[in-house]
Design a protein around this ligand. Structure first.
Ligand code: CAA
Length: 388
């Protein structure tokens, strides 16, 4: 099977690397050789790490030999699947898809790694709407196991099944949304974590380091919330936030992120965000081990969002937790954490913040019902999960 990856930035070159590791013939297209050569160096660097650890058996050089690079779409003429990973600009995506539609054979599936643009809007530019689908990877793609699969209103079940199978062959764990929602599952939860972190700091309830310490040492997440935003990119994170709100989610007014973006402090890639990253390379910020921030408060809005996703039958509790465990490396799922902390505590925090005038925190009906019926998590034997 021949896979074309369009765009060789962080996500594109990571996806190409994963496809090559899985034994596929890969083509990687970008607009210049300079960009492609940088991508090649990054893939080699990553492959060397994986080889030294024994995660891959073939040498980095032999895996790299499976990736053909090009600066023209002609290489798409014999592909089976394209995965687009160009910047999150709708006009650019549509241009790429109309080119792919023109050159790729009729049977080829055209997938997009977009994290925020509606799949249907992209599909509509092509003459094969039923073969266009969202295939959302996580950064860094060689490490993160999750692929979110997002069918548009046009996507056929054959296309969905083929992409689920492909994800498994790429050694990934697929989670399929029943229908598309803005931000999908991953970013709807991620942006709610950002909003609450931002709100607590702006309301002077907490400091950035206090939030991140609680995330890392109380909730045992791999990164603090601000640290994760730096890692993802503050511009990307702000875009996600704005896109999800512009498509109907209730906002939490908070300007910490937009101020950083205005200053061009974009996180790891620009060398500075909420923390400093000399040479534009990620390194773990030093954080205090103790913090007053409550874990239940920090995740309350995200749990409310998860509850909304379940109520609307987009995914179930287990799928949400799969997203958080394999897309964000949470040691436990968000809802497992919520059940452990107690859904009554989560509801208490939501009601408290809601009473301060933040309408986004209005408790979701499903969550409220669970608590009212005594299903408050592990301590009652039932919450999002059942416990014996
Ligand atoms: N290729 C190969 N190996 C890599 C790698 C890469 N690209 N990146 C990291 N690694 C390896 C490191 O070499 C290291 O290996 P050892 O343990 O053998 O030394 C290991 O991964 C851990 O890396 P670090 O020691 O540098 O740092 P860490 O322990 O903090 O782990 C991390 C880094 C894996 C990124 C971890 O912090 C983590 O899981 N963070 C959460 C990341 C996350 O949430 N990603 C999703 C973002 S959201 C998104 O992508 C979607 C969207 O739409 C915005």
């Amino acid at each position: 099977m021949k896979i074309l990856v369009v765009g060789s930035g962080t996500m594109g070159h990571g996806i190409a690397e994963v496809a090559a590791i899985s034994g596929f013939d890969v083509k990687l297209v970008d607009i210049s050789w300079e960009i492609l050569n940088r991508a090649k160096e990054k893939m080699l660097e990553s492959l060397k790490k994986l080889y030294e650890k024994g995660t891959i058996k073939d040498s980095p050089e032999s895996i790299m030999s499976k990736i053909e690079m090009a600066v023209t779409y002609d290489v798409a003429k014999d592909i089976d699947i394209a995965i687009e990973a160009v910047p999150e600009i709708i006009d650019l995506k549509r241009k790429v898809f109309s080119e792919l539609d023109r050159v790729a054979p009729q049977h080829a599936i055209l997938a997009t790694n977009t994290s925020s643009i509606p799949i249907s809007d992209i599909a509509e530019i092509t003459s094969r709407k039923e073969k266009v689908i969202g295939m959302h990877f996580f950064n860094p793609p060689p490490i993160m196991k999750l692929v979110e699969i997002i069918p548009s209103k046009y996507t056929s079940s054959d296309t969905i099944n083929e992409i689920i199978e492909l994800s498994k062959k790429m050694n990934k764990i697929p989670v399929r949304l029943k229908v598309e929602v803005p931000g999908f599952v991953s970013n709807r939860i991620y942006f709610r974590l950002l909003q609450e972190a931002c709100r607590e700091v702006e309301a002077k309830e907490a400091t950035i380091e206090g939030i991140d310490s609680a995330a890392r040492y109380k909730l045992r997440l791999p990164m603090g919330i601000f640290e994760l935003a730096d890692y993802v990119g503050l511009d990307v994170s702000l875009d996600l936030w704005n896109v999800i709100v512009s498509r109907g989610a209730t906002d939490v007014k908070c300007s910490l992120f937009s101020e950083k973006v205005k200053l061009k402090e974009l996180g790891v890639k620009s060398g500075k965000g909420f923390y400093n990253y000399p040479a534009g390379k990620y390194s773990k910020p030093e954080l205090p081990k103790e913090s007053d921030v409550k874990g239940s408060r920090l995740i309350s809005l995200a749990v409310n969002e998860a509850s909304w996703l379940i109520e609307n039958k987009i995914v179930n509790a287990n799928e949400i937790d799969t997203v958080m465990k394999y897309g964000f490396n949470f040691p436990q799922g968000l809802l497992e954490i919520a059940d452990n902390l107690g859904l009554d505590s989560i509801l208490y925090e939501l009601e408290d913040i809601y009473s301060k005038g933040y309408s986004a925190y209005m408790p979701n009906a499903l969550l409220k019902n669970m608590v009212n019926n005594g299903y408050i998590g592990r301590k009652s034997g039932k919450g999002f999960y059942e416990y014996s």
